[in-house]
Design a protein around this ligand. Structure first.
Ligand SMILES: Cc1cc2nc3c(=O)[nH]c(=O)nc-3n(C[C@H](O)[C@H](O)[C@H](O)COP(=O)(O)O)c2cc1C
Length: 248
């Protein structure tokens, strides 16, 4: 429901009642918060009275931005005071892995949780039992699909920025955000696909390798095991599968 309707309960009632009466599909309604818990609960109860199937509560005031914390106490108060299912919304900042969704459900007493940004950042967020997917794997998979289905570059840039939300590579993210033309963007795409962390890990491991060789030489070859460990790590990093776990 458009936020300007929040202060027009009579109109809300009229619209929802008419929809419920005339549409055979289940009607649901999504609201933001009113200034007090009591006002928000009263609105939710009015909405329930229209016969809707569920109500989603985005736990922020109209004036609040998505980066601001969500008011779980308001959502919980609504969940406690209506009988229809309440869907908690606005919690993406607190959700990085699947189990965080259950935590929000528990905290609010809601029937379910609606996610927007968390799913943009990690499309695997709904996969039961998985920890946060590797952002670069998601980005690569997305690029494959985007090319297969001919998505335009503007969308690719937008989606990659979200998919790399949890990726630690600030340079890559900065380059993607500031890409002003298709060439710059394609450079970012190629970087994601081919190099990125492989290259960084190879360099880091190689430096570690050199340090350990130096130490080993200093120690008069008494610590050869360190040398072999370093060799193992350095060559191991060349295999793509060994890089991904570092990105979790
Ligand atoms: C790409 C995108 C599209 C959205 N479209 C709608 C929409 O059509 N209707 C709506 O009520 N909210 C829409 N929202 C807002 C979300 O439903 C949600 O209220 C908000 O993003 C906070 O939830 P989050 O913390 O899970 O992102 C959209 C959000 C995003 C990121």
């Amino acid at each position: 429901m458009g936020s300007s309707l929040l202060t027009k309960p009579d109109l809300v009632k009229e619209i929802l009642t008419s929809l419920v009466r005339n549409v055979t599909l289940p009607i649901t309604c999504k609201i933001r918060l009113l200034p007090t818990i009591a006002e928000t609960v009263t609105l939710a109860q009015l909405i329930e009275g229209t016969g809707v199937a569920a109500v989603a509560v985005h736990g922020r005031f109209v004036t609040e931005r998505p980066r601001e914390p969500v008011h779980y106490d308001y959502i919980k108060a609504v969940a406690d005071s209506v009988r229809i299912p309440v869907i908690a919304n606005g919690a993406s900042l607190d959700i990085a892995v699947y189990d965080d969704i259950a935590a929000v459900k528990q905290k609010t007493g809601c029937a379910s949780v609606m996610l927007a940004r968390a799913a943009q950042w990690n499309p695997s967020i709904f996969s039961f039992g998985k920890t946060t997917a590797n952002p670069l794997d998601n980005a690569r998979e997305y690029i494959k699909l985007a090319l297969q289905y001919g998505q335009d570059l503007g969308n690719i840039k937008f989606n990659l920025q979200h998919l790399l939300h949890f990726a630690p590579d600030k340079i890559l993210k900065g380059k993607l955000s500031s890409a002003a033309n298709s060439q710059e963007l394609w450079c970012g795409v190629v970087y994601v696909c081919l190099f990125s962390f492989h290259l960084i890990f190879i360099i880091v491991n190689f430096l570690a390798f050199l340090c350990i060789i130096k130490r080993t030489l200093d120690a008069g070859f008494n610590h050869c095991i360190l040398l072999w460990t370093a060799i193992y790590l350095s060559f191991g990093s060349l295999a793509p599968s060994s890089c991904s776990m570092e990105l979790l």
